[in-house]
Design a protein around this ligand. Sequence first.
Ligand SMILES: NC(=O)c1ccc[n+]([C@@H]2O[C@H](COP(=O)([O-])OP(=O)(O)OC[C@H]3O[C@@H](n4cnc5c(N)ncnc54)[C@H](O)[C@@H]3O)[C@@H](O)[C@H]2O)c1
Length: 387
Amino acid sequence: MTISDHFQPRELLILVAGAKGAIGSSLAAAVEALRTDPASVRPGLTTGELFTDILPLDAIRVAGWDPCDAPLNQCLLQHRILPEAVERRYGEALAKVPILCPEKTAEKIGGQVEKILGDIEGFQARWPESLPVMVNLLPAAAVPAPAETFNLGRLYADIRWEVFPDLAYAIAAIRAGIPLVNFTPNRVELPAVLDLAKEVGVPTAGRDGKTGQTYFKIVLAEALRVRGLYVDGWYSLNILGNEDGRNLMDPDRARGKLANKTDILDRVLGYPVGERYGRPTHQVRIEYYPPRGDAKEAWDVVDFLGIFDMPMSIRLNLQGRDSILAAPMVLDLARWLAVLGSLGRKGPVPELGFFFKHPVGDNPPERFSDQLAALERLKAEVTARLS
Ligand SMILES: NC(=O)c1ccc[n+]([C@@H]2O[C@H](COP(=O)([O-])OP(=O)(O)OC[C@H]3O[C@@H](n4cnc5c(N)ncnc54)[C@H](O)[C@@H]3O)[C@@H](O)[C@H]2O)c1
């Protein structure tokens, strides 16, 4: 008898904090498409061929929380992510996705954790056979920096829900024994939270999805590094016109995201870019530009030196789509954590660093080849345990 004989195929229940946002509504449409038109989504998943006997791709359900009043199908339209004809195909199904409205309150997160635990119980009572995973898709927050030594009790009492709601969803999920994906730049992985995950025995993955510009940046940085080409400067500009872009115009909210987008390059290259100038010359800018909606555009100017310090340069222009890039990654991560949770993995999973700008855990791989190798090792290990 093998481990997979113990696992009956289970429906995956993705509980989404921020379910009506650009990524959340795209995720719900992708889940519906996997049921009715799998060829439109499945090839875009990195887990499309994995775990299909225990987590079938056509048995995924979405539920969650969002304060937005409009039904999910309307939100998808408002975000201008998919052509109307495609949205219409899934509109009826999306309108039925159960999404609860969190209270607007100034209270501390302790009370909210209890409320969210009650909501989770309700979702689990409705679908008792399904395997839940929590995904954090809340807006980038101006997160206060709670001291590393804070214990859970202090977090409950000190942190205001309206300032850092992510923390309440994260703690509630872990207390309910539900794995957690943090796709946002918000630092929910505080020591007290990770200790709780280890104690309860659930895996976590985060933080800050590496979807577009930063993904291609670390691939290219590695190509330059292995050839001994010295990166002298790297200027990255982003324009985007979705809510995320608007939100990131607030410098306090953008701080975490900009740090995640910037710090990674020095770590990948192994030296501080700009050392010759006595100041960082890896410069990242994000501009909110409404005409673009979700169709984000990024430009990179990469200045590098060859032998005799001869300067050379690369121009990159990414014409991406934020949520079209992000939604399949969220699906992959939810499937990974559901399986790892079932296999008893607990605490942060650094092997999933491939998916993140700021991977959390012990010595997470930062270079692209190391991240791919770690992911392949994890695949081999899990596949062996399941076969
Ligand atoms: N799109 C990408 O490529 C990408 C990459 C990395 C990280 N991210 C991060 O992912 C997150 C989600 O991105 P998005 O584009 O979907 O953002 P969005 O602003 O479109 O969606 C956020 C949603 O959260 C809801 N919300 C706000 N407060 C809430 C609360 N207390 N409880 C429940 N819901 C609440 C909002 O109403 C909104 O619908 C952001 O933090 C973003 O920075 C996105």
